[in-house]
Ligand binder design. Structure first.
Ligand SMILES: [Zn+2]
Ligand SMILES: [Zn+2]
Ligand SMILES: [Zn+2]
Length: 312
Protein backbone atom coordinates (compact mmCIF):
# COMPACT_ATOMS: atom_id res chain seq x y z
CA UNK A 1 0.00 0.00 0.00
CA UNK A 2 2.81 2.35 0.87
CA UNK A 3 4.57 1.64 -2.43
CA UNK A 4 1.46 2.36 -4.48
CA UNK A 5 1.06 5.53 -2.49
CA UNK A 6 4.64 6.68 -3.10
CA UNK A 7 4.07 6.89 -6.87
CA UNK A 8 1.62 9.73 -6.27
CA UNK A 9 3.55 11.52 -3.57
CA UNK A 10 3.37 15.11 -4.80
CA UNK A 11 -0.25 14.86 -5.89
CA UNK A 12 -1.34 13.26 -2.61
CA UNK A 13 0.53 15.83 -0.55
CA UNK A 14 -0.92 18.77 -2.42
CA UNK A 15 -4.41 17.27 -2.09
CA UNK A 16 -3.80 16.97 1.66
CA UNK A 17 -2.76 20.64 1.72
CA UNK A 18 0.89 19.85 2.52
CA UNK A 19 3.54 22.09 0.93
CA UNK A 20 6.79 20.21 0.12
CA UNK A 21 10.04 21.79 1.37
CA UNK A 22 13.16 20.80 -0.57
CA UNK A 23 15.51 19.73 2.24
CA UNK A 24 17.52 16.52 2.81
CA UNK A 25 16.13 13.63 4.86
CA UNK A 26 18.82 11.78 6.92
CA UNK A 27 18.79 7.99 6.56
CA UNK A 28 18.41 7.58 10.36
CA UNK A 29 15.04 9.32 10.18
CA UNK A 30 13.81 6.77 7.64
CA UNK A 31 14.82 3.93 9.99
CA UNK A 32 13.12 5.62 12.93
CA UNK A 33 9.90 6.14 10.96
CA UNK A 34 9.87 2.51 9.77
CA UNK A 35 10.21 1.29 13.36
CA UNK A 36 7.11 3.32 14.21
CA UNK A 37 4.96 1.98 11.33
CA UNK A 38 5.34 5.08 9.15
CA UNK A 39 7.12 6.01 5.94
CA UNK A 40 8.63 9.46 5.40
CA UNK A 41 7.23 10.99 2.22
CA UNK A 42 8.83 14.46 2.27
CA UNK A 43 9.68 17.42 4.43
CA UNK A 44 6.72 19.79 4.41
CA UNK A 45 5.58 23.23 5.55
CA UNK A 46 8.84 24.34 7.25
CA UNK A 47 12.08 22.83 8.53
CA UNK A 48 10.35 21.36 11.58
CA UNK A 49 7.76 19.16 9.82
CA UNK A 50 7.53 15.90 7.88
CA UNK A 51 4.79 14.22 5.89
CA UNK A 52 4.49 10.63 7.12
CA UNK A 53 2.48 7.96 5.33
CA UNK A 54 0.79 5.50 7.67
CA UNK A 55 1.65 1.85 6.92
CA UNK A 56 -1.88 0.81 7.90
CA UNK A 57 -3.94 3.11 5.67
CA UNK A 58 -1.29 4.59 3.33
CA UNK A 59 -2.55 8.15 3.76
CA UNK A 60 -0.16 11.05 4.45
CA UNK A 61 -0.32 13.42 7.41
CA UNK A 62 1.87 16.16 8.84
CA UNK A 63 4.03 15.54 11.93
CA UNK A 64 6.72 17.39 13.85
CA UNK A 65 10.22 15.95 13.37
CA UNK A 66 10.74 16.21 17.13
CA UNK A 67 7.59 14.13 17.69
CA UNK A 68 8.93 11.36 15.44
CA UNK A 69 12.03 11.27 17.67
CA UNK A 70 10.32 11.13 21.07
CA UNK A 71 6.90 9.53 20.64
CA UNK A 72 4.69 7.34 18.49
CA UNK A 73 3.18 9.53 15.74
CA UNK A 74 -0.53 8.86 15.46
CA UNK A 75 -2.20 8.67 12.04
CA UNK A 76 -5.18 11.07 12.13
CA UNK A 77 -6.95 9.07 9.38
CA UNK A 78 -6.78 5.81 11.33
CA UNK A 79 -7.85 7.65 14.49
CA UNK A 80 -10.91 9.04 12.71
CA UNK A 81 -11.80 5.58 11.38
CA UNK A 82 -11.65 4.35 14.98
CA UNK A 83 -13.96 7.20 16.08
CA UNK A 84 -16.38 6.35 13.28
CA UNK A 85 -16.47 2.72 14.39
CA UNK A 86 -16.95 3.69 18.08
CA UNK A 87 -19.80 6.06 17.16
CA UNK A 88 -21.47 3.40 15.04
CA UNK A 89 -21.39 0.92 17.92
CA UNK A 90 -22.89 3.62 20.17
CA UNK A 91 -25.71 4.16 17.64
CA UNK A 92 -24.51 7.57 16.44
CA UNK A 93 -22.77 8.81 13.30
CA UNK A 94 -19.41 10.58 13.39
CA UNK A 95 -19.69 13.80 11.36
CA UNK A 96 -16.47 15.81 11.80
CA UNK A 97 -13.90 17.02 14.30
CA UNK A 98 -14.70 20.24 16.13
CA UNK A 99 -12.52 22.80 14.33
CA UNK A 100 -12.32 24.93 17.51
CA UNK A 101 -11.36 22.20 20.01
CA UNK A 102 -9.51 19.02 19.07
CA UNK A 103 -10.83 17.23 22.19
CA UNK A 104 -14.34 17.23 20.67
CA UNK A 105 -16.14 16.01 17.57
CA UNK A 106 -19.63 16.39 16.14
CA UNK A 107 -21.99 13.43 15.88
CA UNK A 108 -25.47 12.81 14.46
CA UNK A 109 -27.79 11.35 17.13
CA UNK A 110 -30.52 8.83 16.20
CA UNK A 111 -33.09 11.66 16.67
CA UNK A 112 -31.36 13.61 13.87
CA UNK A 113 -29.77 16.32 16.04
CA UNK A 114 -26.04 17.13 15.93
CA UNK A 115 -24.27 16.58 19.27
CA UNK A 116 -20.80 17.74 20.34
CA UNK A 117 -19.04 15.00 22.31
CA UNK A 118 -15.59 13.76 23.27
CA UNK A 119 -14.70 10.70 21.15
CA UNK A 120 -13.83 8.75 24.33
CA UNK A 121 -17.43 9.08 25.42
CA UNK A 122 -18.58 7.12 22.35
CA UNK A 123 -16.54 4.14 23.52
CA UNK A 124 -18.19 4.36 26.96
CA UNK A 125 -21.66 4.56 25.40
CA UNK A 126 -20.90 1.61 23.12
CA UNK A 127 -19.75 -0.35 26.20
CA UNK A 128 -23.05 0.51 27.94
CA UNK A 129 -21.27 2.54 30.63
CA UNK A 130 -22.95 5.78 29.62
CA UNK A 131 -26.12 6.92 27.87
CA UNK A 132 -26.13 9.36 24.97
CA UNK A 133 -28.73 11.91 25.87
CA UNK A 134 -29.61 14.50 23.23
CA UNK A 135 -29.85 17.82 25.10
CA UNK A 136 -32.05 19.37 22.39
CA UNK A 137 -34.64 16.58 22.67
CA UNK A 138 -34.25 16.65 26.44
CA UNK A 139 -35.12 20.36 26.63
CA UNK A 140 -38.16 19.71 24.42
CA UNK A 141 -39.26 16.90 26.75
CA UNK A 142 -38.96 19.12 29.81
CA UNK A 143 -41.05 21.80 28.10
CA UNK A 144 -43.66 19.18 27.15
CA UNK A 145 -43.74 17.79 30.70
CA UNK A 146 -44.62 21.23 31.98
CA UNK A 147 -47.21 21.77 29.26
CA UNK A 148 -48.99 18.55 30.19
CA UNK A 149 -49.56 20.02 33.67
CA UNK A 150 -50.67 23.45 32.42
CA UNK A 151 -47.32 25.21 32.96
CA UNK A 152 -44.73 26.57 30.55
CA UNK A 153 -40.99 26.19 31.08
CA UNK A 154 -39.35 29.62 31.10
CA UNK A 155 -35.73 28.64 31.76
CA UNK A 156 -33.16 27.62 34.38
CA UNK A 157 -33.63 28.37 38.08
CA UNK A 158 -32.89 32.09 38.72
CA UNK A 159 -31.38 31.00 42.06
CA UNK A 160 -29.01 28.58 40.33
CA UNK A 161 -30.25 25.24 41.75
CA UNK A 162 -29.70 22.66 38.97
CA UNK A 163 -32.67 20.55 40.07
CA UNK A 164 -35.05 23.54 39.80
CA UNK A 165 -36.50 25.42 36.81
CA UNK A 166 -38.51 28.60 36.41
CA UNK A 167 -42.07 27.92 35.18
CA UNK A 168 -45.15 30.00 34.43
CA UNK A 169 -48.63 28.75 35.27
CA UNK A 170 -51.67 29.18 33.00
CA UNK A 171 -52.88 31.84 35.47
CA UNK A 172 -49.81 33.96 34.62
CA UNK A 173 -47.95 33.30 37.89
CA UNK A 174 -44.20 32.48 37.74
CA UNK A 175 -42.74 29.97 40.20
CA UNK A 176 -39.52 28.03 40.90
CA UNK A 177 -40.36 24.31 40.90
CA UNK A 178 -38.13 21.23 41.19
CA UNK A 179 -38.18 19.37 37.90
CA UNK A 180 -38.83 16.10 39.76
CA UNK A 181 -41.98 17.69 41.20
CA UNK A 182 -43.07 18.83 37.76
CA UNK A 183 -42.68 15.22 36.60
CA UNK A 184 -44.74 13.84 39.48
CA UNK A 185 -46.95 16.92 39.92
CA UNK A 186 -46.44 17.10 43.66
CA UNK A 187 -46.89 20.86 43.96
CA UNK A 188 -49.55 23.55 43.67
CA UNK A 189 -49.55 27.01 42.10
CA UNK A 190 -48.93 29.44 44.99
CA UNK A 191 -51.07 32.05 43.23
CA UNK A 192 -54.27 30.22 42.24
CA UNK A 193 -53.82 27.04 44.33
CA UNK A 194 -54.36 24.63 41.44
CA UNK A 195 -52.82 21.27 42.31
CA UNK A 196 -52.70 18.69 39.57
CA UNK A 197 -52.36 15.77 42.00
CA UNK A 198 -55.97 16.38 43.13
CA UNK A 199 -57.32 16.11 39.56
CA UNK A 200 -58.39 12.84 37.82
CA UNK A 201 -55.63 10.79 36.22
CA UNK A 202 -54.85 7.52 34.41
CA UNK A 203 -52.63 4.49 34.70
CA UNK A 204 -51.47 3.41 31.26
CA UNK A 205 -49.60 0.62 29.52
CA UNK A 206 -47.56 1.34 26.36
CA UNK A 207 -46.00 -1.18 24.03
CA UNK A 208 -42.97 -0.25 21.90
CA UNK A 209 -39.82 -1.72 20.37
CA UNK A 210 -36.25 -0.84 21.34
CA UNK A 211 -34.08 -1.50 18.24
CA UNK A 212 -31.25 -2.88 20.40
CA UNK A 213 -33.45 -5.03 22.63
CA UNK A 214 -36.83 -5.94 21.11
CA UNK A 215 -40.44 -5.44 22.20
CA UNK A 216 -40.92 -3.83 25.64
CA UNK A 217 -43.78 -2.38 27.70
CA UNK A 218 -43.83 0.77 29.81
CA UNK A 219 -46.32 1.23 32.60
CA UNK A 220 -46.95 4.60 34.22
CA UNK A 221 -49.46 7.28 35.15
CA UNK A 222 -50.46 10.48 33.41
CA UNK A 223 -53.20 13.06 33.28
CA UNK A 224 -53.16 12.50 29.53
CA UNK A 225 -51.52 9.20 28.43
CA UNK A 226 -51.73 9.98 24.69
CA UNK A 227 -49.83 13.23 25.18
CA UNK A 228 -47.32 11.60 27.56
CA UNK A 229 -46.66 9.00 24.86
CA UNK A 230 -46.10 11.77 22.37
CA UNK A 231 -43.72 13.93 24.38
CA UNK A 232 -41.85 11.05 25.89
CA UNK A 233 -41.39 8.94 22.80
CA UNK A 234 -42.42 10.93 19.77
CA UNK A 235 -39.24 12.95 19.65
CA UNK A 236 -36.76 10.10 19.74
CA UNK A 237 -36.45 7.46 17.02
CA UNK A 238 -39.69 5.87 15.91
CA UNK A 239 -40.18 3.16 18.52
CA UNK A 240 -43.59 2.15 17.14
CA UNK A 241 -45.23 2.98 20.47
CA UNK A 242 -48.83 1.93 20.97
CA UNK A 243 -51.17 2.58 23.91
CA UNK A 244 -52.31 -0.89 25.06
CA UNK A 245 -54.69 0.28 27.78
CA UNK A 246 -55.45 3.09 30.21
CA UNK A 247 -57.53 2.92 33.37
CA UNK A 248 -59.02 5.92 35.20
CA UNK A 249 -57.87 6.98 38.68
CA UNK A 250 -59.81 9.41 40.89
CA UNK A 251 -56.79 11.69 41.49
CA UNK A 252 -53.19 12.13 40.37
CA UNK A 253 -52.16 11.32 43.92
CA UNK A 254 -53.98 7.94 43.77
CA UNK A 255 -52.36 7.27 40.39
CA UNK A 256 -48.84 7.87 41.73
CA UNK A 257 -49.39 5.69 44.80
CA UNK A 258 -50.99 2.81 42.89
CA UNK A 259 -48.34 2.94 40.16
CA UNK A 260 -45.44 2.83 42.66
CA UNK A 261 -47.03 -0.17 44.42
CA UNK A 262 -47.47 -1.99 41.09
CA UNK A 263 -43.81 -1.43 40.12
CA UNK A 264 -42.61 -2.68 43.50
CA UNK A 265 -44.66 -5.85 43.01
CA UNK A 266 -43.44 -6.40 39.43
CA UNK A 267 -39.80 -5.92 40.41
CA UNK A 268 -40.20 -8.41 43.24
CA UNK A 269 -42.11 -11.08 41.30
CA UNK A 270 -40.44 -10.73 37.88
CA UNK A 271 -36.91 -9.34 38.41
CA UNK A 272 -35.68 -10.92 35.15
CA UNK A 273 -38.18 -8.89 33.10
CA UNK A 274 -37.01 -5.50 34.45
CA UNK A 275 -35.01 -3.67 31.76
CA UNK A 276 -31.56 -2.33 32.81
CA UNK A 277 -31.55 1.49 33.21
CA UNK A 278 -28.78 1.98 30.64
CA UNK A 279 -30.86 0.36 27.89
CA UNK A 280 -33.95 2.42 28.78
CA UNK A 281 -31.94 5.67 28.92
CA UNK A 282 -30.87 5.20 25.30
CA UNK A 283 -34.49 5.60 24.18
CA UNK A 284 -36.59 7.37 26.82
CA UNK A 285 -36.24 10.15 29.37
CA UNK A 286 -36.79 7.68 32.21
CA UNK A 287 -34.55 4.92 33.55
CA UNK A 288 -37.07 2.57 35.14
CA UNK A 289 -40.59 1.17 34.81
CA UNK A 290 -39.92 -0.53 31.48
CA UNK A 291 -40.24 -4.32 31.16
CA UNK A 292 -39.74 -7.09 28.65
CA UNK A 293 -42.93 -7.35 26.55
CA UNK A 294 -43.37 -10.93 27.80
CA UNK A 295 -44.73 -9.31 30.99
CA UNK A 296 -47.59 -7.56 29.12
CA UNK A 297 -50.36 -10.10 29.99
CA UNK A 298 -49.35 -10.03 33.67
CA UNK A 299 -49.37 -6.21 33.85
CA UNK A 300 -52.69 -6.12 31.97
CA UNK A 301 -54.17 -8.51 34.54
CA UNK A 302 -52.86 -6.29 37.37
CA UNK A 303 -54.36 -3.17 35.76
CA UNK A 304 -57.71 -4.94 35.25
CA UNK A 305 -57.67 -5.92 38.92
CA UNK A 306 -56.83 -2.32 39.97
CA UNK A 307 -59.62 -0.95 37.73
CA UNK A 308 -62.15 -3.34 39.28
CA UNK A 309 -61.08 -2.49 42.84
CA UNK A 310 -61.21 1.31 42.32
CA UNK A 311 -64.74 1.12 40.92
CA UNK A 312 -66.19 -0.57 43.99
ZN1 LIG B 1 -3.55 5.50 8.98
ZN1 LIG C 1 -32.37 15.13 19.64
ZN1 LIG D 1 -51.80 29.45 39.02
Amino acid sequence: MTKAYRKNTRLDLSQAGLQIIDMPIPGAWHDLARQKGMTIVARVQDRYHLALACDACGKPSRHKISALRVCQPQCPHCLESQWQADAERAGLTFLRRDPDDNMYSWYRAPCGHELRRQPDRMRQIAAGKNGSRCEICHAAREAAEAETCGWSLLGPDPEGDVSYRLYQHGCGHQQRIARANMQTNRFACTNCGTCWSAAPSWLYLLRMTFPDFGPVVKCGYSRDPASRMHFQLGMSTDLGSKLVTQIPMATGHDAIRTEKRLHRKLRRTHPDSVLPPEIIARHLNVVSEVYDAALEPIILAELTRIAASTQT
